[in-house]
Design a binder for this molecule. Sequence first.
Ligand code: BTN
Length: 317
Amino acid sequence: MSSVSSSDSVRTKHAILERLLAGPVPGPDLAAELGVTRAAVWKHVEELREEGVDIEGGSGGYAVRGLPEYGWAALTAAVPDPYTVIYEPALASTNDVAKELAASGELDVLVAADEQPGGRGRLGREWVGPPGGVYASLLFRPDRGPADAPFLTIAAGAAVADGLVECGLEPGIKWPNDVLVGGNKVAGILTEMEAEADRIRWVVLGLGINANVPDESLPDRATSLASVCGAAVERAPLLGDILSRFETYRRNPDRTLTAWRENAITLGQAVRADTPHGPITGTAVDIDPSGALEVETADGIERVHAGDCEHLRPRSE
Ligand code: BTN
C-alpha cells in the first residue's frame, strides 16, 4: 500500500491556498473563515512557502505573489472543484495510487506526478514516464452505469484535444483515445473502474501527456508538446483546462460526441480493429453514444467496443 493519502490536513491546506488566491487576507480572518486555529493557518502557510508558493505577509495579511510551475500548489490552483490534489515528484503509477485510494473509500482526488517510472498504458502496455510529463489520475464516481464507461474515455479524449487546440496545435484523435499531433502520439488515456451490475463504484481516469520531455526518451511514433510547440508548456494550467472540459463533457454526451468527431482522424479511414471475436476490416464511419467505433464492412455496420484500431492507409495526421 502506498503511503500517499488524502487527509483533512491536505483539505485545509487546499482551502487556505484557494482563499489566498482569491485575494489578501489577515491570518486571524482566515482562521475564523475556515474554522481552524491561527497556529494551523501559520503551519500551512509555512508549508505552502516550502512548496514554492510566494506568500507575502504584510500589514494587509497574507497575499500570494506567485506559484511554482508545477506541483501540488500549481495543480490545486488549476484543477476544478471538487478535486483535491495528491502530488509526488515521482510515483510508479498514478493510476495504481488512485486505485489504492479508491479501495480505502476516497473519491474526488487527482493523483499526479512529474515522473512515472512504472506507468501503464492500454492493453497491458508500458507508458514511458520521464520527468517533465503530465501523469495524472482522476478518481471519481460517475452518475452512470458500467456500460457507459467507454464514453468517459471518449469525453477525456475530446477534452485533451480541445486543450491542445487552446495551445495552438492541431491534434487528431485516433479511436479510441490516442491523441496525436503531426501523426505522432502526444497523449493517451487509461480508464479503470470498479462496478456492480448497474452502478459504477469508482473510475480512475489516467491521463498521460508527453509535455516537457525529450523526444529521445519516447517510443517511436511519439513526440512531446515541447517539441511540437518549440518551447516548454505550462503543465498545470493545461491539465486544469483539460479537466474542466472533461467535467463539462462527461455531463453532456451530445457535445462530447460532436467535439470528438470534430477532432477524429479515424473517421473515414480504412481500418482494421482487433476484437475478442477476431479482426474487423472496413471503413470507420462514426462512434455511437457509448463510444463504440462503427465500422462499415462488407456485411454491414459492425460495432467495436474495445481494443485497438489500425489505420490501414494513414493519411497525414
Ligand atoms: C495509452 O495510450 O496506452 C494510455 C496511457 C495512459 C498513461 C497514463 S499516465 C497516468 C496514468 N497512470 C498510469 O500508469 N497510466 C496512466
